[in-house]
Design a protein around this ligand. Structure first.
Ligand code: F0G
Length: 455
């Protein structure tokens, strides 16, 4: 059969509320033109993020009832530890409440002022945590990653020559290298096994540990199966295990590929780093066997880690994301290609060619999309990554994207047909999209809180 169906049926439903264009314009103005400030109940289809927004399975909900809420040594922790170790394979498994808690703990434990952390492309919270430790976050993706139309199958790859050069010169101030699978900020693009293997051997040459940001490791594993010679007949679990075998540790936001509504983990081999991290964990997150989570969360995450590696699920996941991309492409909408695993990225600058960078084309598009059809998307571009230089002028990122992140197991194909139709319509009248300018902007993670007005 050519039709790939959702490999589940729906047992519980959550109503969504229809709104009028007038209502939405008013809500958006009240939110100071920042989609993060909207009330979720005013959103029809929420593609702001695929993080923590997935639907749990019947097995996960059953696990919730089984959660052991003991303060120390809970049964749920040992299930969690076994599930993580069964895929990641590292010695120490430390639960945290979400990905950025893992980042903060790792940075606080091992990153010093003046250090340098190279990676393919750091996610925004990762970069912010590195910078909060007065260290430098260096993005060195392959050159192909900078071209939104380039069809390279592994645009998430790190530039190995540059990695070797950087480590040659600077290894004394590099506590670890961090590769994000899939590369979210670079468009949900996968990293190849070959790239991970080579990155590991370069890191090894300089005695620098390699860490993975594993938020979407299962989607990455499936892309390897689809695209990298030699992996067609391997299971996603086998592929994932090989990916982690090249790492000395991993951070994971388990709100993505573990189907958690909350949760994270640090998994690593170093005894001394694990000890430092656990000390900090107890200080601010919780005891070492729950790390800021409830026992029931640990239980659901352990089950989620198994379910995400099921091949039927991953086939559906990657195909249903590509479905949105293919149909938008047929409407002529400028997109980042190849299509990512968890999201389709609109090219904001190309979509809104009539707007200058200062008028925040991607962000303006995300506002227009809500006003037009009640769809909430997330800019990953000028607002998120634009920097003011000391002379007051702006430095804009290479790409100004709008991400349509697709929550896991939540929306059906007709929801996505609506999204495609709405964006197609908006594209045909794109000249009407008005630009925006900042009214208020904080320097740290500005997108969450900034206020705007239309120009
Ligand atoms: N790393 C990656 C690659 C991420 O995508 C995220 C979160 C984090 C780390 C931080 O994890 O949210 O659990 O603290 N990404 C979400 C997103 C927020 O929308 O892409 P967190």
């Amino acid at each position: 059969m050519k039709t790939i169906i959702e490999p589940f049926r729906i047992k519980v439903v959550e109503p969504i509320r229809m709104t009028t264009r007038e209502e939405r314009e008013q809500k958006m103005a009240q939110a100071d033109f920042n989609p993060f400030r909207l009330r979720a109940e005013d959103v029809l289809i929420d593609l702001l993020t695929d993080s923590g927004t997935g639907a749990m399975s019947t097995r996960q909900w059953a696990g919730i009832m089984e959660g052991d809420e003991s303060y120390a040594g809970a049964r749920s922790f040992f299930r969690f530890e076994a599930a993580v170790r069964g895929v990641f394979g590292h010695r120490h498994v430390i639960p945290t409440h979400q990905g950025r808690a893992s980042e903060r703990l790792l940075c606080a434990a091992v990153v010093k002022q003046g250090d340098l952390i190279p990676g393919n492309t750091h996610f925004d919270t990762t970069r912010a945590n590195i910078e909060a430790s007065h260290a430098e976050a260096l993005d060195i993706p392959i050159a192909e990653a900078r071209d939104p139309e380039n069809l390279h199958p592994f645009k998430g790859n790190i530039d190995l020559d540059r990695l070797a050069q950087v480590l040659e010169r600077e290894h004394h101030r590099v506590p670890f290298v961090l590769i994000t699978v899939t590369n979210n900020s670079g468009g949900g693009q996968p990293v190849s096994m070959e790239n991970l293997r080579s990155a590991k051997s370069i890191c090894q040459r300089f005695g620098v540990p390699l860490f993975l940001d594993a938020a979407r490791f299962a989607e990455n594993a499936y892309f390897i199966k689809l695209r990298e010679p030699g992996f067609q007949d391997k299971s996603p679990r086998e592929i994932a295990k090989e990916m982690f075998s090249y790492s000395d540790g991993a951070l994971m936001s388990m709100k993505k590929d573990a189907f958690g509504n909350i949760g994270g983990v640090i998994s690593l081999n170093s005894d001394s780093w694990a000890e430092k991290i656990r000390t900090l964990l107890i200080l601010t997150e919780g005891f070492v066997t729950y790390g800021g989570l409830a026992g029931r969360d640990l239980e659901a995450l352990a089950i989620g880690l198994e379910e995400v590696l099921e091949e039927d699920y991953l086939r559906y996941r990657i195909a249903s994301t590509a479905y949105v991309g293919k149909h938008l492409e047929a409407e002529g909408v400028p997109l980042l290609k190849p299509f990512g695993g968890h999201a389709i990225y609109l090219n904001g600058r190309k979509f809104c060619e009539h707007l200058q960078d200062e008028q925040l084309p991607g962000w303006s598009l995300s506002v227009a999309l809500y006003e037009h059809a009640g769809i909430r998307a997330c800019e990953i571009g000028n607002v998120m990554f634009g920097r003011r230089k000391p002379d007051g002028s702006w430095q804009w990122p290479a790409l100004d994207l709008v991400r349509l992140a697709i929550p896991r197991r939540v929306y059906t194909q007709s929801h996505m047909d609506y999204v495609v139709e709405a964006i197609g319509e908006l594209y045909r009248k794109r000249q009407e999209i008005r630009g925006l300018t900042f009214v208020q902007r904080h320097d740290v993670l500005p997108h969450f809180s900034a206020r705007f007005r239309k120009v």
